[in-house]
Design a binder for this molecule. Structure first.
Ligand code: ATP
Length: 241
């Protein structure tokens, strides 16, 4: 279980991005982290996977634990070794490398004998990735790149996958495929997912639980049915006001 308690993060010691943010991600669940632009969602993910530290933002208070062990102060690669992998916003592939080379970059922490099994798992989840394995990833469509980015994270065999805006800028058909893959990862492989999304309706359609953030704080949480029937959520996040 991932437990975040009273997390406080500043950028440049001046911009307060998170104040007393607390949330829990239970094993085997998809947890949606929702909220408007600048609410602090990406900062939560960055804090968990260690990429704030030390040059970007700074954790000034609170705790982050995974299965009871504190994650704060560890370098990103050490956090990957603890079973947590991130798919960053904007995908951040190595554009000049092929699809397969990108996947192999994600698999550096696997024992050599298990790398090809990892590739096969990614190809089974995303047949389009297999089809394009020898292509330079910069030439793929946005949807294909998102699949490669998720595949690269899966190569690290995470127990917890952090996804930042996987639907951003993609066509509905591709979004449906990606969300089906996220659901299968949970249901068939038991992968736990913390999912940051602008599209609340979409995220809550697969999530077991959701948190809504505003100005660096969690302002509401609950099961999807509860959030979907909340008047403020309907008005501000579902466009049903
Ligand atoms: P978005 O959907 O736009 O990414 P978000 O909910 O993920 O929004 P964050 O990116 O976590 O929000 O940003 C939280 C706050 O921290 C915002 O006020 C943002 O302007 C600020 N912030 C984020 N990154 C930096 C940075 N590198 N330097 C300074 N301020 C930052």
């Amino acid at each position: 279980m991932l437990t975040i308690t009273n997390l406080q993060v500043y950028y440049d010691r001046a911009v307060e991005a998170l104040r007393d943010a607390s949330l829990e991600v239970r094993p085997g669940q998809i947890v949606a982290l929702l909220g408007s632009n600048g609410a602090g969602k990406s900062t939560v993910l960055k804090s968990v996977c260690g990429v704030l530290y030390p040059e970007d933002g700074e954790i000034l208070g609170g705790t982050i634990t995974h299965d009871g062990i504190s994650l704060t102060g560890f370098a990103p690669h050490e956090i990957v070794r603890r079973g947590i992998a991130q798919v960053p916003e904007g995908r951040r592939l190595f554009d000049k490398l092929t699809v397969e080379e990108n996947l192999l970059m994600g698999g550096y922490s696997r024992p050599a004998g298990e790398v090809s099994a990892g590739l096969d798992q990614v190809f089974a989840l995303f047949p389009a990735v297999k089809q394009h394995r020898t292509r330079v990833s910069g030439y793929l469509s946005g949807g294909q790149q998102q699949m490669v980015a998720i595949g690269r994270a899966l190569m690290a065999r995470p127990r917890l996958l952090l996804l930042d805006e996987p639907s951003l800028g993609l066509a509905p058909q591709i979004i449906a495929e990606i969300f089906e893959a996220i659901r299968r990862l949970r249901d068939e492989q038991g992968v736990t997912v913390l999912l940051v999304e602008q599209n609340a309706q979409l995220a809550l359609s697969v999530a077991n639980y959701g948190y809504i953030m505003e100005r660096g704080r969690v302002v509401l949480d609950g099961e999807p049915a509860k959030l979907l029937s909340n008047e403020d959520v309907k008005e501000f996040y579902l466009g049903m006001g």
